[in-house]
Design a protein around this ligand. Structure first.
Ligand code: PRT
Ligand code: ZN
Length: 285
């Protein structure tokens, strides 16, 4: 029987969350620190531990079927691969930055200037779109120090908190790309592998959906039930069960994390008591 080969980052910012995602999808791997390949004990899959930059190439040439990595690398390397799903972790942006005392008026600032970056393709594309001609200097790491050592007038690098820019006396001036981790795959998978990938994607969706919702239980006086049900639409409609004593009911529903506090405030204003909120592990709709 064929196995799905999943490439993830060996060690770095993506590793822990990639392994956690597979674990949340109930795909287990034996632990072994220096292994480059491991076989799942409960799903027809093998995991390949690679440098993130190498993952697109492995997926393109079919050594791996599926990969987990940042959109920033996917977009930069421009391989023939398919992006199947955004995963919501390792969020960052690829941005142009300049020394903080530069009087920056717009992207034309970079005309005829030197920009240090590990993302020459994306930088060049962005500048071309804005009719800017700059001199792009590729460096593979520690890009932030380039302006202070006189190597470049600006940089194009990944930013998440902005702390690194700040501590190197730089300011972010243009966002080129917003990025998060994604699942990629080879677009020409054999049908049996595609079926395994579909299984994996279904599990991922189920897990990610559950993360955005909470299960909510509360008690409400019967005369307020209509109002409370309006506030809590649920997946179909909320479950209402009578309490053993008094003219009260227990109401159960599912609430989206985004409007969670709003909903709680409205429920309390409308007489709900004993509100319990419980995480949901999986959500199959
Ligand atoms: O060894 P390998 O090649 O596998 O790893 P790597 O060193 O190339 O990558 P790694 O582990 O640093 O990052 C992997 C992926 O994490 C990136 O490709 C992004 O998709 C994502 N990611 C998310 C980030 C950041 N946030 C991030 N902040 N990658 C790098 N950074 C760096 C950035 O380059 C800068 O030096 O962190 C610094 C800025 O962080 P702040 O918080 O100070 O703004
Ligand atoms: Zn890398």
């Amino acid at each position: 029987m064929s196995k799905l080969r999943i490439a993830i980052q060996k060690s770095g910012r993506l590793s822990e969350d990639s392994l956690k995602l597979l674990k949340d999808c109930s795909i287990k791997f034996p632990k072994g620190k220096n292994k480059l390949i491991a076989e799942s004990t409960n799903f027809p899959a093998e995991i390949l531990y690679l440098r993130d930059d190498d993952i697109p190439q492995y997926v393109e040439n079919g050594i791996a079927d599926v990969g987990i990595l940042g959109e920033n690398v996917v977009e930069e390397v421009q391989k023939a691969i398919r992006v199947d799903k955004k995963l919501g972790f390792s969020k960052c942006r690829l941005s142009l930055a300049v020394p903080k005392d530069v009087d920056y008026q717009g992207v034309q600032y970079f005309n005829s200037k030197k920009i240090a970056t590990s993302y020459p393709v994306l930088t060049e594309q962005y500048l071309a779109k804005h009719n800017v001609k700059a001199d792009i200097e590729y460096i593979s790491g520690s890009v932030e120090i380039a302006p202070s050592i006189g190597l470049a007038s600006g940089i194009c690098d990944l930013v998440s908190t902005g702390g690194t820019l700040l501590s190197n006396g730089l300011k972010e001036v243009e966002i080129i790309l917003k990025s998060e981790a994604v699942i990629i795959s080879n677009p020409n998978l054999a049908p049996d592998k595609q079926a395994l990938l579909n299984k994996l994607l279904f599990r991922v969706e189920t897990t990610l959906k559950a993360k955005n919702y909470k299960y909510i239980l509360l008690n409400a006086p019967n005369e307020k039930l209509d109002k409370i049900i309006d506030i809590l639409p649920g997946m179909k409609s909320p479950t209402v069960l009578p309490l053993a004593r008094g003219k009260w009911s227990s109401v159960h529903s599912v609430v989206n994390e985004n409007d969670f506090w709003n909903v709680i405030d409205l429920l309390r204003e409308n007489g709900a008591e004993g509100i319990l909120v419980v995480p949901i592990e999986k959500m199959v709709l």
